[in-house]
Unconditional design. Structure first.
Length: 175
């Protein structure tokens, strides 16, 4: 049964949060994208070449340096460092996952909010918090959840407080 619960939780987590794996070699770029805070862009009104889709590739012969010439879809060629930087910035922005422009939140803030999303039901400790049972708890913050606590069999003539014990069953080592 535990295996099915684990599979269910894993599928539910993937459904709600998506693929959260980040390869180690891409982590720095991913972290930089998470820190990006969307800002409103205002048009500058300057005349320039509009590039709708840019293909920037590095030298396949092992040069490893970015090209100084990029080509737009329309076939216009621009030879300047600023055009390369603009293309890289555009690629970087296009690589950012969807964000809410109205919220002005960075991806890091959104990820932090996701941490507080709970897929499991809230566990209560109401039996341990009852006045008659508080004295039975050695530490007030170490109490069993109601669903998992050991239930004592009631004895005839005893009060309901004798049914509580601060214990949780734990599967031990069996040979």
């Amino acid at each position: 049964m535990e295996q099915y619960a684990f599979i269910y939780r894993a599928l539910a987590e993937h459904f709600y949060f998506g693929d959260t794996d980040v390869p180690a070699e891409n982590f720095c770029d991913y972290y930089a994208r998470l820190r990006y805070i969307p800002r409103e862009r205002k048009s500058s009104g300057t005349n320039g070449i509009k590039m709708t889709s840019i293909a920037v590739s590095y030298d396949q012969n092992g040069g490893g340096s970015p090209p100084t010439t990029i080509t737009a879809n329309q076939g216009a060629t621009v030879s300047s460092v600023s055009a390369v930087l603009n293309a890289k910035v555009k690629q970087w922005k296009n690589g950012i996952q969807s964000f809410n422009k109205e919220s002005k939140q960075s991806g890091l803030e959104r990820e932090y909010e996701i941490l507080f999303t709970v897929l499991e039901p809230v566990r209560t400790t109401s039996a341990a918090q009852k006045d008659e049972n508080v004295a039975k708890n050695r530490f007030p913050d170490v109490v069993p959840f109601d669903r998992y606590r050991v239930m004592l069999i009631p004895r005839i003539g005893c009060s309901s407080s004798s049914q509580y014990i601060n214990a949780t069953p734990h599967r031990g080592y069996w040979q």
